[in-house]
Design a protein around this ligand. Structure first.
Ligand code: NAD
Ligand code: UDP
Length: 312
């Protein structure tokens, strides 16, 4: 069935892939973005599709439209960008959630929240499963993002309890791929851009901290499967690739794939940088019949090919 679907943050990295996939699946897509970290370049090729609409709007302001589903992705995701204007980041998560939930309530739409592994903070439990409540510093530099996203989860659950809004909460773990902004500051884009320019690769700390990297196509598949689950399944559900790497291993892989002559240099570790992160995806496997298929080597090769074409 053809659906009309609103994607907030649709001009961003994940949002642009989601818009394209939903159009390819035969739906009508309305992309809403204020272009804070996103770019028209990511979705310009979709503009010739008559079923695609682009709206410049900030989710902290109310927005009215008739749609069947809402994917709420609007929020900067890179630590550098979400810490640039922390109050705005909190407003985007919290007021954005209130506005999208209010809209969903009014028009009886289903609404999915792009939550994050950051709700687990710097976790004591490893790997992280959904029943872990996390270890977040409520007043640290990452708190604008972590606590904003945690508050958004609470809003989602309470709109379900109080108003019976049909909600889905997806906890997204580190995702990478084409359309990441080359200078957005996240580790995969930083390392690839540095390597392609044969510049120093900047590891923060000693590089022993871990992350588990999921290729964007796998993540988009999980989003769509979650939206399509029965109404009684709300999540939160972890989605990510459980294969865990140290940041040093990632740097070495990028150097090998690009053939760069870059040296690795060590910089100070940002405050509250999580030491380890790996999703337990048992729930996603069971409820979404989903697991990632694209492993780091293949995903990095595709991403390097994209950056080769798009970074001068
Ligand atoms: P991104 O920064 O590329 O995309 C975010 C988009 O939201 C951008 O297009 C930006 O312009 C837009 N935006 C920001 N504030 C807005 C506002 N107030 N109003 C309207 N639009 C606004 O980041 P991404 O990696 O594509 O992340 C998308 C979502 O997924 C975010 O909510 C993020 O928190 C979540 N997430 C991403 C990751 C990841 O590894 N990529 C991990 C966990 C969670
Ligand atoms: N990192 C790094 N060098 C960089 C950028 C990031 O060593 O140029 C590290 C960062 O300190 C963190 C990890 O890579 O430990 C992942 O950082 P990113 O900003 O991509 O996402 P996070 O998972 O921390 O939100």
């Amino acid at each position: 069935m053809k659906k009309r679907i609103l994607v907030t943050g649709g001009a961003g990295f994940i949002g642009s892939h989601l818009c394209e996939r939903l159009l390819n699946d035969g739906h009508e897509v309305i992309c809403l973005d204020n272009y804070f970290t996103g770019s028209k370049e990511n979705i310009i090729h979709l503009l010739e599709n008559p079923y695609f609409e682009l709206i410049r709007h900030d989710v902290t302001m109310p927005f009215f439209i008739e749609v069947d589903e809402i994917y709420n992705l609007a929020c900067p995701a890179s630590p550098i960008h979400y810490q640039y204007n922390p109050i705005k980041t909190i407003k985007t998560s919290v007021m954005g959630a209130i506005n999208m939930l209010g809209l969903a309530k009014r028009i009886n739409a289903k609404v999915l929240q792009a939550s994050t592994s950051e709700v687990y903070g710097d976790p004591f439990v490893h790997p992280q499963s959904e029943d872990y409540w996390g270890n977040c510093n409520p007043i640290g530099p990452r708190s604008c993002y972590d606590e904003g996203k945690r508050c958004a989860e609470s809003l989602f659950v309470n709109y379900k309890v109080q108003n019976n809004v049909r909600i889905k909460i997806q906890r997204i773990f580190n995702t990478y791929g084409p359309n990441m902004h080359p200078y957005d500051g996240r580790v995969v884009s930083n390392f690839i851009v540095q390597a392609l320019k044969n510049e120093d690769i900047t590891i923060y700390g000693d590089g022993s901290q871990t992350r588990s990297f999921c290729y964007v196509d796998d993540m988009v598949e999980a989003m769509i499967r979650l939206m399509d689950t029965q109404d009684d399944f709300t999540g939160p559900v972890n989605t990510g690739n459980p294969n865990e790497f140290t940041i040093k291993e990632l740097a070495e892989k990028v150097i090998k794939i690009t053939g760069a002559s870059s040296k690795i240099v060590y910089k100070s570790l940002p405050e509250d940088d999580p030491k380890q992160r790996q999703p337990n995806i048992d729930l996603a496997q069971k409820m979404l019949n989903w697991e990632p298929h694209i492993q780091l080597q293949e995903g990095l090769e595709k991403t390097v090919a994209y950056f080769k074409k798009n970074v001068s």
